[in-house]
Structures are given as C-alpha cells and as structure tokens.
Design a protein around this ligand. Structure first.
Ligand code: AP5
Length: 212
C-alpha cells in the first residue's frame, strides 16, 4: 500500500507518520527528514536544500523528485510506503504516480490533515525533536517526561532553524498544499480529509481507519 500524508507545515504529518509506522510497519519516507540529514552531513544536496529551507521555500522539483525516486527504488519500499511531505505540487504528484505505475502500483490513499493557521503557529513554535532518533514532541501538547531529553532514547532535544517565527510565516504563506494537488487526489478517488485539531490519539485513530 502507498499512502500520501498531506497538510500544511505543522499539521502533524511527521508525528502521525511515526505513530502509523509503529502501528502498521508501513515504511515512513519524509523528504524533509532526508533534506535535514543531507544538511547535517554537509552534502552538496544538503547545501543546496538549506538555501531554500532557510527561507521557507520549497526545494526545486527536479532535485526533490530525483531524491524521492532514488529512495523508492530501494528494496524496502517495494511493498509500500507512507510519504510525509511529498508531493507538494502536481508536478511532484505526477512523477510519483508514473514511478509507481511503472511497477504496477499506485497511491491508494491521500490523507489530508486540516489545521487552522493560528494552531499551526503554536505547534511549530513549541516543537522539539530528538537529535538522536527523530522523535517529535511539543512543549505544551506532548511534552517529554524530562525537559530537553527524549523519552525513547535519552537523546538531546532541539528546535528546527525553520521554526523561527519569520521562517514559519514564509512556510505558511508558500507551502500549504495547493488546491490543484488536493484536486488531483480527489479526482483519483483516494482523498480523505481528517480534522487535525483534535488529540493526537483521535487523529491517529482516524488515519488508521482510513488506511485499514
Ligand atoms: P518538512 O519537514 O516536510 O516540513 P513541513 O511540511 O513544513 O512539515 P513539518 O515537518 O514542519 O510539520 P508536520 O506536519 O510534520 O508536523 P509535526 O508532526 O512535526 O519539510 C521541511 C522543508 O524541506 C520544507 O520547508 C522544504 O523547504 C523542504 N521540502 C520537504 N519536502 C519537500 C518537497 N516535497 N518539495 C520541495 N521541498 C521540500 O507536528 C508539529 C508540532 O505539533 C509537533 O510539536 C507536534 O508534537 C505537535 N502536534 C502534532 N499533532 C498535534 C495534535 N493533534 N495536537 C497537538 N499538537 C500536535
């Protein structure tokens, strides 16, 4: 099964993808995480991506699509995957559709997590991430047991550079799922919209029901 998680920055795509992956063993592929790993390792791709990420812009399609296609060509993605942060537009969606069609597969579900702007700003401003295992927290909504430390592995928690208020404003202006992308999946008959302004568990339950 191939699943796309759609939603604006901070809607909870990464948090829910971690929960769904744990519950279903579906492979979680996050283009944002892949870019951040490249930035951390100082690769050429990371240097290019950082120039766009630091301004709250999308990384160019050509680069992003090449990276994603390489990732889904690996054996662990042959049986299915859940895409978090990809596609962001119809060009990326068409590239993904074509790659899956070439192996006799397709997107089975596109799950759109809807959250209002005021709540998105609060979520991004309070987000903390484990530097070691990537577990996501929120200082108010989903805090770690010990401040600054990951419950799962004890790793140090950090805040993303692009969660600074000026960059958050740019991301919310430029990076909400465009209407044409939502329409793309509606036309394919795979779109389901989920109210993301409820408890983490309630949102997870709806997403799992839509997948199963
Ligand atoms: P990416 O990492 O994908 O960022 P994003 O889309 O902006 O999404 P976020 O990761 O910020 O938010 P999320 O929806 O995952 O929310 P989360 O679960 O963390 O991309 C980063 C950058 O890479 C982009 O800006 C772009 O430059 C580039 N990029 C990536 N993909 C690309 C592509 N395909 N094309 C081009 N460029 C690309 O939750 C947020 C917070 O809210 C957390 O603290 C969490 O604990 C809390 N929370 C979550 N759910 C709830 C809830 N139900 N109630 C209360 N709190 C909640």
């Amino acid at each position: 099964m191939y699943v796309v998680l759609l939603g604006p920055p901070g809607a909870g795509k990464g948090t829910q993808a971690q929960r769904i992956a744990a519950a279903t063993r579906l492979l979680h592929i996050s283009t944002g995480d892949m870019f951040r790993e490249n930035v951390k390792n100082g690769t050429n791709l990371g240097k290019l991506a950082e120039t766009h990420m630091s301004k709250g812009e999308l990384v160019p399609d050509e680069v992003t699509i090449r990276m994603l296609l390489e990732r889904i060509g690996r054996p662990d993605a042959a049986a299915g995957a859940m895409f978090d942060g990809f596609p962001r537009n119809v060009v990326q969606a068409a590239a993904l559709d074509a790659a899956l069609a070439s192996r006799g597969a397709k997107i089975d579900r596109a799950l759109m997590i809807a959250v209002r702007d005021e709540e998105l700003v609060a979520r991004l401003g309070g987000r903390w991430i484990c530097r070691n295992c990537g577990q996501l927290y929120h200082e108010r909504n989903d805090p770690p047991k010990k401040p600054g430390l990951c419950d799962k592995c004890g790793g140090e928690l950090y805040q993303r550079d692009d969660d600074r208020p000026a960059v958050v404003a740019a991301r919310l202006e430029k990076q909400k799922p465009p209407a044409a992308l939502v329409e793309h999946y509606r036309t394919l008959g795979v779109l389901k919209e989920i109210d993301g302004e409820r408890s983490l568990d309630a949102v997870t339950a709806d997403l799992l029901e839509a997948i199963r």
